[in-house]
Design a binder for this molecule. Sequence first.
Ligand code: G3H
Length: 475
Amino acid sequence: MKNKKYNNLINGQLQGAAEYLSIFSPIDGSLIGETPSMSQKDIDGVMEAAKAAQPSWEKIPRKEKAKLLYKTADLLEQHVDEIAEIMMWEIAKSLKDAKNEIIRTADLLRYTADIGVESTGEIISGGSFDSTAENKHAFITRKAMGVVLAIASFNYPVNLAASKIGPALMGGNAVVVKPASQGAISTLSLIKAFIDAGIPAGVVNSVTGKGSIIGDYIVTHSLVNFINFTGSTKVGEHIGKLAGIKPILCELGGKDAALVLPDADLDLTAKEIVAGAFSYSGQRCTAIKRVLVTSENADKLTNKLQKIVKELSVGMPQDNPTIVPVINNAAVEQTRLLDEDAIKKGATAILPLKIEKNLVYPTLLDHVTGDMDLAWVEPFSPILPIIRVQSVEEMIEVANASEYGLQSSVFSNDLQQAQKVSNALDVGTVQINNRTQRGPDNFPFLGIKKSGIGIQGIKYSIESMTQMKSIVVDM
Ligand code: G3H
């Protein structure tokens, strides 16, 4: 598998480029393979192929589209071992989690097919609003956007790409997928599954290359009608500026808080927080990235967290530990600086930071305060700050002071109180007595403030990537 040249799938054909990018493994730095470094001229060819293929794809009955998604799901399951192995080397996800991601993706595609088939239009009568318009009827349907540009992040190279491609296809769009450079080989396996399943040439295509050469070019390309992006807030904001009035759907950064109310079940709370914060080494936009706890519970909770975190397995992804090497040196360096700043300003290291190459050991810091970067900045690594507050009101205030608004967890045995706190939180989703997470994949998934724009989740993604068309008939 290693050290191979991988090519893009464009207009149903494998296509290379004049130059290639080397992809190295975060596990041991070894060369995994090479992906095409496309030029802007190469990109024009892809966009033209997608544009040309889209109208006939939109006309295919949704039931036929659904069959192709089912076939893709079957192929992913058949190749789960081989794709998971690539993914493990490419992004250092544990083999077990890589397999789970692929199985989750197959389920997601089947459910997307089912929901897509069910999507219907509606008829509204004008008379219900204005008696002089009672013979007017609006026939409302949804049409494809055209060409959807799907840009996925490294951490779910198969699932996040598929969660954009599947709904876009059911909505009648053609798709051009730009994976993150790290993760691209796994995404190319997904695209291959779509093509092998029989998706017509040009309907699903991939592009790879250097951000500095093709990044802005694909976003501003005149043949792209819609952009669906997952990645950092910085890049999302840049895309937003470039896109102008082109519609975009973005899932960006987060600083999800766990709010531990005074009556919370601390055993359950500690277990959920650890799972939410440390799985895949905290490299999830939805990871719990700060704990807010009142002083009466703080010592007890910290002890419980310490016990569980200390037991987390750390190692190489082949052995299926929770803590695996982080994606690159930049993530390590960011963690080191955040830790250094917090310790310098008085945080207590319950489990101190320990780094071996890009393996960051699970780190737990207590007494983190608002003057420390760790209270506000999003790390993509296994470091968790505990912020002590005096009241539930202060907890809500600190939670809402973040520039992000993806998710929060509220832990309490009093559902009414938990609901009241949930209502006061400026985030897209609140999880009560539960870790923060995107799934189940049919739930709406959205971030507010700097965490995103638009709504994903199977049904919502189909809606987002289609546009309403209203035809009014005066009978
Ligand atoms: O990193 C962003 C993903 O959307 C998080 O998904 O909550 O299923 O890990 P997850």
